[in-house]
Design a protein around this ligand. Structure first.
Ligand SMILES: Nc1ncnc2c1ncn2[C@@H]1O[C@H](COP(=O)(O)OP(=O)(O)OP(=O)(O)O)[C@@H](O)[C@H]1O
Ligand SMILES: [Mg+2]
Length: 360
């Protein structure tokens, strides 16, 4: 239990309008909105959305978990997802949980069109794999990693936390004062992190809420825009600005930070989608030319949806016998599209080129 620094009280939303809609903020809002709109359009042109979502969500799970120093390798992760292994590292398990939590949240938004406090609790529960829920014991403080100094004390009383959360969720579901949803995204993220409703996993839950908010507002249709890698790259700035907003109630710099994150990440994701698309087309051409007898478009698409594949997947997707499925995969290996690897009793077929693209 750390020392509790009183003196700061978190306000309910919304903040004063003129503090969150300065000229500088509006300028960055249009740039972020333009980049995001372009991303939304380009994402739609990918024929197989599952392909895109799988690749990007897994990368995000990895990046977001890395902020907490939960480090795993791409190789370990893919294996953990498709084969039953007993020796999965705890880091890998956490990343797999994170991925599951994103889809869990996505389902709530798709099914309900809004989010409830209980849904947030359920998302966090998936992440941390325990049922502790909302903080009910005092003592949670945020410290500077290196100096150990307490930089921020979130509300300690459970009743206060619940009040703030219900104010938060109202603003999450309805932005009644027609503020730009991108500005509101920044405000909501600050607010959620400052309420800090859980003992742990607040950062990761908050980052999942970000993408859910974008989807809810139809700024993007599928969960493919993630700010985690931007946040990791600018981590000290991210913490500094959260702190500054706590202390001064000034929003401008924080909101601009988040808008830049949206803009830069959208552009990066667009570039990535273009590379994936080129690789997909090139792979289709190659398979058609070098292995015309076994070429099937759905097969190649499957190899992009599941960059680590196995016979069973092909059996299911293409509705063929194991023998044929195995022949297809080995055929793809023979022309250099796949690389096989034996893991226990299973043979995995790896789309190495895609894995390399996704890593970048
Ligand atoms: N001064 C601050 N005010 C508000 N929120 C803060 C402040 N400093 C840090 N935070 C938030 O607290 C989060 C960390 O909280 P917690 O450890 O519960 O989450 P996590 O998901 O386990 O960690 P991480 O975000 O590092 O992955 C940070 O990601 C950040 O968003
Ligand atoms: Mg933590």
């Amino acid at each position: 239990m750390g020392q509790i620094v009183p003196g700061f009280k978190l306000d309910n939303l919304p903040p004063q309008r003129d503090k969150v809609e300065t000229i500088e903020i509006l300028r960055h809002t249009s740039r972020a909105a333009a980049a995001l709109a372009e991303l939304k359009g380009i994402a739609k042109t990918i024929p197989n959305q599952a392909m895109l979502i799988n690749a990007i969500v897994l990368q995000e799970a990895k990046d977001s978990s890395a902020i907490e120093n939960i480090i795993t390798t791409q190789d370990e992760l893919y294996k953990a997802m498709i084969i039953n292994q007993s020796n999965i590292s705890s880091a890998t398990k956490e990343v797999v949980n994170y991925r599951r939590a994103i889809f869990h949240g996505f389902d709530f938004i798709k099914e309900q069109g809004f989010l409830r406090i209980n849904d947030i609790i359920s998302i966090q529960q998936q992440l941390v794999n325990n049922a502790a829920g909302i903080r009910s014991m005092p003592g949670t403080v945020l410290k500077n990693d290196t100096s150990g100094e307490v930089v921020y004390t979130p509300p300690q009383d459970k009743a206060d936390i619940l009040d703030l959360l219900s104010n938060f969720i109202n603003h999450f579901n309805q932005n009644e004062q027609d503020l730009s949803p991108l500005i509101n995204l920044a405000i909501l993220h600050y607010q959620f992190e400052s309420i800090h409703p859980f003992y742990d996993g607040n950062g990761r839950t908050g980052r999942i809420l970000n993408i859910l908010y974008l989807i809810l507002n139809n700024l993007i249709e599928v969960p493919i825009l993630y700010l985690s890698s931007y946040i990791t790259e600018n981590k000290s700035e991210y913490y500094r600005l959260l702190n500054q907003t706590n202390r001064t109630g000034e929003w401008e710099e924080w909101i601009i930070f988040m808008l830049k994150a949206v803009e830069k990440t959208s552009l990066k994701t667009i570039a990535k989608i273009n590379i994936i698309r080129q690789l997909l087309n090139r792979t289709i051409d190659e398979a058609q030319q070098k292995a015309p007898k076994i070429y099937k478009k759905e097969l190649v698409e499957l190899l992009f949806e599941m960059p680590y594949s196995k016979i069973e997947f092909v059996v299911k997707r293409l509705q063929v016998e194991r023998k044929a499925a195995s022949r297809y995969l080995r055929g793809m290996e023979a022309i250099g599209i796949l690389e096989s690897q034996r893991v226990g009793r299973e043979t995995l077929y790896i789309n190495r080129q895609l894995i390399e693209v996704l890593k970048k």
